[in-house]
Design a protein around this ligand. Structure first.
Ligand code: PLP
Length: 369
């Protein structure tokens, strides 16, 4: 079977096998990682290794803290404004679809007013705003964007801001760039130094749902609002090694196995990048060349991780999904808000899965198209 789920997504088979082998008895210690005290030397070693491997994979500079926290990426929609608005100012956003809008709504809920610095609403979220369209407000405190819209299948092909630094207010002063990277983190190399805050829910390219990885630049640890719940606080989490309360220990351990898999089995993020590029290119080519399938996204904005597509005859949707499932191709149904199909091609989805999907799609079109 191949799992194309958008999230929680497939995990690498090698990771699941290793977790299974270590499940009852971690390295001869006589207990499961799940049963270990988070303060035990065994677990602290697991946690530190996971962070070290993530730092190595993403080449995270020393002036960034890495947090392993909880509450899903959605909790960061609130945590970000709490952490960054201590000195006032307005959050600025790029609106590229459903996940951007959810982040905007939470910030509005907290501060009342936000500024949308650019939006792809005008083109039906089929192309990301170009750099020159992004206009921050005079009182911008930071610029938030969603690197990859998991539902719309829209992905930025550039990092907003200038090569010399972060995005700028009209007066030329720089503000931190904040990115929801839930569905694209670790899909390829990244210049972390361009960002103030990166956060990602784990359930696509990192590990089990619930866990969230936050990468935050040191100088942003002291910008929090006074009314922030302490568990949201990047500084508090950082000072406690993400152990303010009991962390999601088992998820953290599994994330560590995924990082190790990326390093050892894949050979790092450049190799992962090449593989992801190949997988996505093949599937988009098959869609574009067919008479039955279509993807609405402009070429430069197409997501490498989530490939939505529709059938020219929507009355075939149910048959397509049923036959795909019978062929071992799972979770191809599009998000309930948009319908159609969606194939998520995260890191753990092997190229063979994409080949099998393309072969199935061609066969289905021949028979039913
Ligand atoms: N941001 C993006 C881009 C997502 O794809 C998702 C979930 O799929 C979320 C945020 C929300 O994540 P969570 O369900 O972990 O809160």
């Amino acid at each position: 079977h191949y799992n194309f789920c958008a999230g929680p997504a497939a995990l690498p088979a090698a990771v699941l096998e290793r977790a299974r082998d270590e499940m009852l008895d971690y390295q001869g210690r006589g207990l499961s990682v799940m049963e270990m005290s988070h303060r035990s030397p065994e677990f602290v070693a697991i946690a530190e290794q996971a962070e070290a491997d993530l730092r190595e994979l993403l080449a995270i500079p020393d002036n960034y803290r890495v947090l392993f926290t909880q509450g899903g990426a959605s909790l960061q929609f609130s945590a970000v404004p709490y952490n960054l608005l201590g000195q006032g100012g307005r959050p600025n956003f790029l609106n590229t679809g459903i996940w951007s809008k959810k982040a905007i709504a939470e910030a509005r809920h907290l501060v009342g007013d936000v500024h949308v610095a650019a939006s792809s609403e005008g083109n039906g979220h089929s192309a990301v705003p170009r750099q020159e369209e992004v206009v921050l407000s005079d009182d911008a405190a930071y610029l938030h964007y969603t690197a990859n819209e998991t539902i719309g299948g829209l992905e930025f092909d550039y990092i907003p801001g200038s090569k010399e630094g972060g995005p700028r207010r009209p007066d030329g002063t720089e503000v931190p760039l904040v990115c929801d990277m839930s569905s694209s983190i670790l899909s390829g190399p990244l210049d972390v130094s361009r960002f103030g805050v990166i956060y990602a829910g784990a359930q696509k390219n990192i590990g089990p749902a619930g866990l969230v990885v936050v990468i935050v630049r040191d100088d942003l640890l002291d910008q929090a609002r006074g009314d922030m719940p302490s568990l949201f606080g990047y500084k508090t989490l950082s000072e406690a090694g993400s152990m303010v309360n009991t962390p999601a220990t088992y998820s953290w351990y599994l994330a560590g196995l995924v990082f190790d898999w990326l390093k050892s089995d894949i050979g790092g993020l450049a190799a992962m990048d090449a593989l992801n590029a190949r997988k996505a290119a093949k599937l988009y080519a098959a869609i574009d060349e067919s008479g039955l399938y279509a993807n609405p996204i402009t070429l430069g904005s197409r997501s490498r991780m989530n490939v939505p597509f529709v059938l020219a005859d929507a009355s075939l949707d149910a048959a397509f999904l049923a036959e795909a499932e019978a062929a071992g191709l799972l979770n191809l149904k599009g998000h309930r808000s948009v319908g159609g199909m969606r194939a998520s091609l995260y890191n753990a989805v092997p190229e063979a899965a994409v080949d099998a999907l393309i072969a199935f799609m061609a066969d289905f079109e021949k028979r039913r198209g």
